[in-house]
Design a protein around this ligand. Structure first.
Ligand SMILES: [Zn+2]
Length: 201
């Protein structure tokens, strides 16, 4: 069984998906569990019913391309147009054979197949496994918030306005500080109340 993968997805050596999925996108098995968890359903018990799930590993199908066959095909095309119809088939020269080997090598290096087949390996996730993955996933997103202020001990507050038109500062450490009237600088604030670094405006 082979599966065609969406061209928009990453074409890594391995991808993960459910058994009868016709498009693969996940580069990690956990992504599939998250996707199943995110599938809209009428109520939470139906979401739970989708589990346990088996997430299968798929590997990219290697290209099979024979230099001999490639060269034979080329010679055949040429012979059809140019050879003596009553004569023998053209015999490829040594240079042609070498060139077709090199040609096939390059094609194999540069051509990326998008067909994957299951390796037989799978991971099974229960509903609580999926919830745990979801929790870790959102924690890791929070932890990747920019913290440039820690680099030099200074937190820069950029004065702006929010959607309601209120005055606010967007802080280097990733917070929004809404204020009225005097700016934090005019109020002689000197340290960021979120990250504790010295303020710069
Ligand atoms: Zn700060």
């Amino acid at each position: 069984m082979s599966v065609s993968v969406s061209a928009s997805g990453e074409k890594t050596a391995r991808l993960y998906g459910l058994k009868d999925q016709d498009r693969l996108f996940a580069t990690e098995p956990q992504e599939v569990a998250l996707e199943v968890l995110d599938t809209p359903s009428n109520n939470s018990s139906q979401m739970e019913d989708a589990f346990p799930i088996k997430v299968y590993e798929y590997e990219r199908i290697p290209i099979s391309l024979d230099p001999q066959r490639v060269l034979d095909d080329v010679i055949e095309i040429l012979d059809e147009d140019y050879a003596d119809p009553d004569g023998d088939d053209t015999v490829p020269t040594e240079r042609m054979v070498e060139a077709s080997k090199r040609f096939v090598e390059v094609i194999k290096e540069e051509y990326v197949p998008t067909l994957y087949s299951p390796t037989g390996k799978f991971v099974e996730y229960s509903f609580s496994d999926a919830l745990e993955i979801s929790k870790q996933h959102f924690n890791s997103i929070e932890n990747t918030a920019p913290e440039t202020s820690e680099d030099n001990g200074v937190c820069k507050w950029n004065i702006s306005k929010n959607e309601e038109g209120e005055d606010m500062c967007l802080t280097d450490c990733g917070e929004l500080f809404v204020y009225e009237g005097l700016t934090p600088n005019e109020n002689r604030m000197r340290y960021c109340c979120y990250c504790g670094n010295k303020l710069s405006f």
